[in-house]
Design a protein around this ligand. Structure first.
Ligand code: C2E
Ligand code: CA
Ligand code: CA
Length: 759
């Protein structure tokens, strides 16, 4: 019997130790506090065990001291636990000091017992034939009991107050501990008054510790949980109705009652009220969810109505519940979000993606109607931002957007495609090109302080094939507008197949050019230039693209394209180098002839023409006078002074400048006397076209030749096709000639063969 008790107490101590470690590692907020409380229970339990097991006076005495002094520390531990668990603090520091002073005093007086024998004696008795040392309490022991019981009573009071005062949902948390302590105290007290010889009261504390361990860390009071869940559901903003399997409503929450304008316990009418409000939905189905829009006295309401079954562990239906969520605001927010995703913030027009979508819809809905796709682009918009600031830029965009949307009837759609571009799709019969163009060529924008006239270009694509993707349609309209971007007098361009082919061609050759130059497909052909005696004194280098597949591409097929995009500079530089190389060879062979090269006006934009040419002739060791330079009047149309300077400097360096295509365009004879020009090239072709009737062309040529002579400029006539022309020009005093009459442009080898140096 004794042995059993002893072993059980040791086992209890061990379990307490394990629980203490588990509590510490649990990571729960109460873990460390519960852990130390469990540790403090171990010494008195072991003390109790020693007393029961030992049977000798010495061991029993040691056990008794561990027991009683341990009890004092345990009380301190319980106090600490109580304060943490109940989340309270000492009402006064004085009280705290007094309690701990009493515990300390008790420890001291117990420690003095061996000397004064005032607290207790151990009296040997025989229990069931064993020696046992029973405690005989004296005055000190009474003090000990008073202190410990006093503290325990205080703790009980704290839990009692907590149990009563806490909100209903929390009561259980305290009452569980209160009951535990009450039971343990009763057990302890029962022992004291029972007079049983063997003290085994520490079982009570051990069990108390284990209960604390469980309750403070692991116990989830179901009643509390239930109520908490009930509370959560009650306060849910969604209306909730719970039904038993017989379709009887057994509970609804506050929101549920409010939604149906019913009392919370007025459950009988819930089913009907729901059906009346939202209709009888999906009868017989266990689980569904619908969005319902109602127009009641609460205004338009969007509700999400859902029914879900409640199943038990065996998946048997124990009932079901219906929730009603008010999604009115959610939907409004979503609609706003959708609006933002589909509209341009600045102008309020559709954005690109949504415009495409709406255009697609429009075309699909009206298959019999003819539609136009229009791409509008504001000219120089970057300049407007730079000069007037972004605020004015935004203002201008808004005005254009206003105009576009006013122009469009409900049969069309419009949107902002990006920065300064707008897109429109409208029925062809609603498009008035004349009126639109009038507006586009002068679009005043005035914000009160600044006034600016916008120039807007539009590209128009007539929808022919509806299979074509809408984005491609807009690309085509864009293609059309890109062909007139730099025009000031044309504001609208229609897309057609030819334009498409042209654009594709432009793209293709632009992509090919670099490699073509690299691979020597771009070559100079030479057309002889003869003097009055018919002697070939030089040649004009005319570019040919010798394409591996297409054969020889004439300059007219690519020069205008590259002049527009600036790549002409790459061609010309290449041509100049080729000619320098030919001239070097000729020079070495003692051939004195020159080559004229063409210089495009665009070259001046992309190259430092003067520097480039001077460097090149130096590099090849070519005499500059042998590389004649052909420029046209258009070269002098912009940056006149700078261009004059360049030409002067080239002349100073020994180059000869020829004015090409004289008489073709804007030429003012007057200008000629200030121009740094050595040779005048007169094109017969232009004169033929312009003023042949009545031999006026002949007169003009004669006058130009005379004028040139007077200005000390050499005259050269090109486009000479007949012997007759040659004779006449000779009679007029022209000094040089070029034309099919002498020879067409030809590859270098042919030229050298036919017109060798001696020729
Ligand atoms: P261009 O500078 O006025 O060149 C003269 C054009 O007239 C050449 O056409 C030539 O083949 C042609 N031609 C010569 N004699 C006659 C004739 O008797 N009758 C007729 N009907 N035509 C004659 P091509 O080679 O087709 O060149 C056309 C234009 O392309 C050139 O006109 C020039 O403006 C440009 N071009 C040619 N090569 C180059 C180049 O390397 N660089 C630059 N920037 N432009 C070039
Ligand atoms: Ca020329
Ligand atoms: Ca010419």
């Amino acid at each position: 019997m004794r042995l059993t008790f002893g072993i059980m107490l040791f086992a209890l101590a061990a379990v307490l130790g394990v629980c203490s470690v588990v509590a510490k590692r649990s990571g729960k907020p109460m873990g460390p506090t519960a852990s130390s409380l469990l540790l403090w229970i171990i010494p008195p339990v072991i003390g109790n065990a020693i007393i029961i097991l030992s049977g000798t006076e010495l061991l029993s005495t040691i056990g008794a001291y561990i027991y009683y002094i341990g009890m004092d520390f345990l009380m301190a531990g319980v106090l600490h636990f109580t304060f943490r668990y109940c989340r309270i603090t000492w009402p006064s520091m004085l009280l705290r000091d007094l309690v701990y002073a009493l515990l300390l005093a008790d420890v001291i007086q117990l420690l003095l017992n061996p000397f004064f024998h005032h607290a207790f004696n151990l009296v040997p008795i025989e229990v069931n034939g064993f020696d046992y040392y029973k405690l005989e309490p004296l005055l000190g022991q009474t003090f000990h009991r008073l202190v410990d019981y006093g503290i325990l009573a205080g703790i009980l009071a704290v839990f009692a107050v907590k149990t009563v005062r806490s909100p209903r949902l929390q009561t259980e948390r305290y009452s569980v501990i209160l009951v535990t302590i009450l039971v343990v105290t009763a057990w302890e007290t029962a022992y004291i008054f029972s007079g049983t010889p063997i003290d085994r009261s520490m079982f009570g504390f051990g069990v108390f510790g284990l209960l604390i361990f469980y309750f403070s860390l692991y116990y989830r009071p179901m009643r509390l949980l239930d109520r908490m869940l009930g509370g959560v559901i009650s306060e849910q903003p969604d209306a909730m109705y719970f039904f038993d399997p017989n379709q009887r409503c057994i509970w609804m929450n506050e929101a549920g009652a409010k939604l149906l304008h019913m009392e919370e316990n007025d459950l009988a009418g819930v089913g009907n009220a729901l059906a009346k409000r939202f209709g009888n939905r999906h009868p017989g189905e266990d689980s569904w969810s619908d969005q319902v829009i109602t127009n009641g006295k609460d205004g338009t309401q969007v509700c999400r109505l859902s029914k879900r079954p409640l199943l038990d562990k065996n998946r048997r239906m124990t009932g079901f519940y219906i929730t009603v969520r008010d999604e009115t605001e959610e939907r409004a927010a979503m609609e706003q979000k959708l609006y933002n995703a589909r509209h341009d913030r600045l102008t309020g027009l559709y954005n690109r993606d949504y415009l495409y979508e709406r255009t697609r819809e429009l075309l699909e809905k009206n298959p019999e109607k003819n539609y136009l796709i229009i791409y509008a682009d504001i000219s120089d918009f970057k300049m407007i931002n730079d000069v007037y600031g972004y605020a004015f830029g935004d203002f201008a965009l808004q005005r254009v957007a206003d105009w576009v949307s006013e122009e469009i009837s409900e049969n069309g759609v419009c949107g902002r495609l990006g920065g300064d571009t707008f897109g429109v799709c409208l029925p062809e019969e609603e498009f008035d090109q004349q009126r639109t163009e009038r507006k586009l060529s002068d679009f005043p924008v005035d914000d009160g302080t600044t006034r600016h006239h916008l120039l807007i270009h539009i590209g128009i694509y007539r929808v022919t094939n509806r299979e074509t993707d809408v984005s491609v349609m807009f690309d085509r309209a864009h293609m059309a507008v890109s062909t007139i971007k730099e025009e000031y007098h044309i504001t609208a361009a229609w897309y057609d197949e030819e334009m498409r082919n042209q654009v594709l061609w432009n793209r293709q050759i632009s992509a090919e050019l670099k490699d073509a130059i690299w691979q020597g497909q771009i070559r100079p052909w030479l057309q002889p230039i003869v003097d009055r005696n018919g002697k070939t004194i030089g040649a004009e280098a005319l570019v040919r693209w010798v394409h591996p597949k297409d054969g020889i591409r004439p300059p007219s097929s690519f020069i205008p394209v590259f002049e527009r995009n600036g790549m002409i500079a790459d061609i010309d530089r290449h041509m100049w180098r080729c000619c320098c190389s030919i001239l070097r060879k000729w020079q070495q062979e003692g051939d004195e002839r020159f080559i004229s090269v063409n210089i495009s006006p665009k070259d001046f934009k992309f190259l430092d023409v003067g520097e480039e040419l001077i460097r090149m002739v130096r590099e090849f060791g070519v005499e500059p006078a042998k590389l004649r330079l052909e420029i046209t009047e258009t070269v002098m149309m912009t940056n006149l002074e700078q261009r004059m300077e360049t030409l002067e400097s080239l002349r100073k360096n020994g180059f000869i400048i020829e004015m090409d295509d004289f008489g073709s365009g804007y030429s003012s004879l007057n200008m000629l006397k200030d121009m740094p020009v050595d040779v005048l090239k007169i094109d017969m072709a232009f004169l033929r076209k312009a003023a042949d009737a009545g031999g006026r062309g002949k007169t003009i040529v004669r006058e130009i030749i005379n004028l040139a002579r007077e200005l000390d400029i050499i005259s050269l006539t090109e486009g000479v096709e007949t012997k007759d022309q040659y004779d006449q020009l000779q009679a007029m005093g022209c000094q040089m000639y070029q034309g099919y009459f002498f020879a067409k442009p030809m590859p270098l080898e042919d030229f050298e063969k036919q017109f060798g140096a001696a020729g």
